[in-house]
Design a protein around this ligand. Structure first.
Ligand code: 6R9
Length: 654
């Protein structure tokens, strides 16, 4: 979806409000000076900033990175050692033992919120770590976490970090098959789940999903279940373990294990343009530092603030900006189990009012959905505590930006539109609230240490105002280090196409002020409500159905989701198309991958547009899905032009 105006008309510029600029961690001059230094002298800059963390053995070497030629290798603070959980918890106990670390807001507003202090967090995480040890989990082992948005999800992540185990959180909305693939790919020895997950007034049977997934995994994989609802579950003696029973026996003290800065902290699976999801590997030192420093500056976090990021811990945003960044900074972070519209469209604003939230960070898809409900639910709440509003996950269209600014922020709260990716570990391009004038729809300027470039198709850097693909010139500490057990694919995916750069997969425009405007993916990844989906994943789910011969999937514009999933399906000979079959296929994909992958449109395609060499011409399929059929471009290489006419005539609306 292109949300930027293609005309020369520039949108309004919003200067940082004076009262914010006066108190913020950085004003315009300081941002410029720090950014210049971070780029000119990364060793010096990051060498100093690295002291934000507590190191067990201080590093002497700061940066050792190469994007090629030769081996792609990224190492930061490589001879330092630390423990991530100790940085997020123990070191705060001296000054903030009684301060709230996590505010848990349950799905139902009827259920009371919980305030977890740093002292309590320390006890819970230590106990959890001891339970993991009792189950045989040791340093370097992989643990899959498949939990709802409850404090136990944070405890489990930090417990892994405490003992040096590597966690891989799988979004609780993923199907048993998707879960099994991830357990198998990372070779997990344990999966942590809950009985049921309440969300939006309904519940998902997480334990039962795990039971199904584990049928496809080695019998050595154990299961640890946390009770959330107390609902009925099946139990496999020997394999399944109840958390509460084990925790009751576990000591509330567990010394943090010393790990190397470059030891993996977690693996998080994300969609690429080809093949199965990639296990993105983040390590301990650089990642934590980068999450902490970006949280500090981009959200202008200060003592006494109540910070709320509405993401799920199953996504990278939840890792960096619910758990690791905020807790490394000794912050108070809100964990919300529910959805924006349950029990009604005022829920986000009610929670902001109830907990006196100061920073609120959400996704454009949620803003658009709530905008559709009008100003009423917002005005019904006292939002005077809000200071900063954030956006992440996809380009934010100026209409949604302006509504967020005026209706939610009352024009007082800077909007930080943060561009980044699972791969980048933390925010790369975003305004700083007291420093950067904003323009609706632009992620604005790079964070410290980040050097974005706009490249043409040949990989030449473009100067000044330009449009092309977005790449990054040099490493930053939060960058992913590899794809789990596939360093070759890592090098190929991100460093092969444009030599010497990290290739983001996004297109972008840079304006005359040097501001970046992300225009969306340039590869076969679509962004549905801020969730990344590889078209290849949906295609392989479709062709796994016995009535489907062939399928091609593209993104299409969608008013709420940003992009929707548009599928062209060729049926097996003799199978009759029908609306019932459409529904069957949509439900099939939903069960194969998860609800977020459910197709928005299915078009029956007697044939797909192919080149004479048999390649599907996706460009044409995209245009038809976008209803831009008079701009199909060059069709001279089509093997059979009649196929395209048929597809245009039978296009469906998403
Ligand atoms: C953090 C996260 C990454 C992709 C990314 C881009 C899109 C994220 C954006 C944005 C425009 C923003 N994206 N933030 N596009 N403006 N502020 O979302 O990670 O799930 O890996 O998705 O999301 O296309 O490449 P991830």
């Amino acid at each position: 979806m292109t949300v930027q105006p293609k005309t020369a008309v520039e949108p309004a510029v919003h200067a940082p409000p004076a009262e914010i600029a006066a108190r913020a961690h950085a004003d315009a001059a300081r941002y410029a000076q720090m950014h210049a230094r971070s780029v000119a002298d990364p060793e010096g800059f990051w060498g100093e900033e690295g002291r934000r963390l507590d190191w067990m053995r201080p590093y002497t070497r700061v940066k050792n990175t190469s994007f090629g030629p030769g081996e792609v290798s990224i190492r930061w603070f490589e001879d330092g050692t630390l423990n991530v959980a100790a940085n997020c918890i123990d070191r705060h106990l001296k000054d903030r033992a009684e301060q709230t670390a996590i505010i848990f807001e349950p799905d139902s507003p009827e259920e009371p919120a919980q305030h977890v202090s740093y002292a309590h967090l320390h006890a819970e995480v230590s106990r959890f770590a001891n339970v993991l040890k009792a189950l045989g989990v040791a340093k370097g082992d992989r643990v899959v976490i498949y939990l709802p948005m409850i404090p136990a999800a944070a405890y489990a992540m930090l417990a892994c970090a405490r003992i040096g185990a590597i966690h891989s959180v799988v979004f609780a909305g993923f199907s048993p098959d998707a879960l099994a693939d991830r357990i198998n790919d990372c070779g997990a020895r344990l999966v942590i789940t809950a009985d049921h997950a309440p969300r939006g007034g309904r519940t998902t049977a997480l334990k039962s999903n795990c039971d199904k997934a584990l049928r496809r995994c080695s019998d050595r994989v154990k299961l640890l279940m946390v009770a959330r609802t107390g609902g009925q579950v099946d139990w496999l003696e020997g394999r399944d373990h109840a958390y509460e029973a084990m925790a009751a026996q576990a000591p509330a003290d567990c010394p943090p294990v010393e790990v190397g800065a470059e030891d993996p902290l977690f693996i998080l699976y994300t969609s690429g343009s080809t093949g199965k999801p990639k296990g993105v590997v983040h390590t301990s030192g650089g990642y934590l530092l980068y999450a902490a420093i970006t949280h500090h500056y981009v959200f202008d976090y200060r003592d006494g603030d109540v910070y709320w990021c509405t993401a799920d811990v199953g996504w990278v945003t939840g890792h960096s900006y619910i758990v690791y960044g905020p807790l490394a900074n000794g912050a108070t972070t809100v964990m919300f189990e529910g959805v924006p519209t349950y029990p009604d469209a005022g829920r986000f604003w009610q929670v902001c009012e109830k907990h006196r939230v100061t920073q609120f960070y959400t996704a454009p898809t949620a803003i658009r959905a709530l905008m559709g409900k009008g100003a009423g639910p917002v005005e019904a709440c006292d939002l005077s505590s809000l200071r900063i509003l954030g956006s992440v996950g996809e380009p934010i269209n100026p209409e949604a930006w302006n509504w967020y600014d005026e209706t939610v922020g009352k024009g007082r709260c800077p909007i930080v539109d943060t561009w980044w990716q699972t791969e980048t570990g933390g925010i790369l391009i975003a305004p700083l609230p007291g420093a950067t004038a904003t323009k609706p729809g632009s992620a604005t300027l790079p964070f410290f240490g980040v050097q974005p470039v706009v490249l043409d198709d040949q990989g030449h850097e473009l100067d000044g105002p330009a449009e092309g693909v977005l790449a990054i010139k040099d490493s930053w500490p939060g960058q992913m280090r590899t794809i789990w057990q596939d360093h070759e694919r890592f090098a190929q995916t991100y460093f092969e196409m444009f030599k010497g750069y990290y290739f983001s997969g996004d297109g972008c425009r840079r304006d005359a002020d040097g501001y970046y405007w992300i225009t969306g993916r340039v590869d076969d990844v679509i962004n549905v409500s801020g969730h990344r989906m590889g078209t290849a994943e949906v295609e392989s789910a479709l062709v796994a159905h016995d009535k489907v011969a062939e399928a091609a999937v593209v993104g299409c514009p969608h008013p709420l989701k940003g992009q929707g999933i548009y599928c062209y399906v060729t049926l097996m000979d003799g199978v009759e198309p029908s609306d019932a079959l459409r529904k069957e296929l949509a439900d099939w994909v939903r069960t194969e991958i998860g609800p977020i992958a459910k197709p928005d449109a299915i078009q029956w395609a007697p044939g797909l547009p192919k080149t004479r060499s048999g390649k599907i011409m996706r460009r044409i399929l995209r245009k038809i899905a976008e209803n831009e059929t008079d701009a199909l471009g060059d069709t001279s290489t089509l093997a059979d032009p009649a196929v395209v006419e048929d597809l245009i005539a039978n296009r469906v609306d998403a």
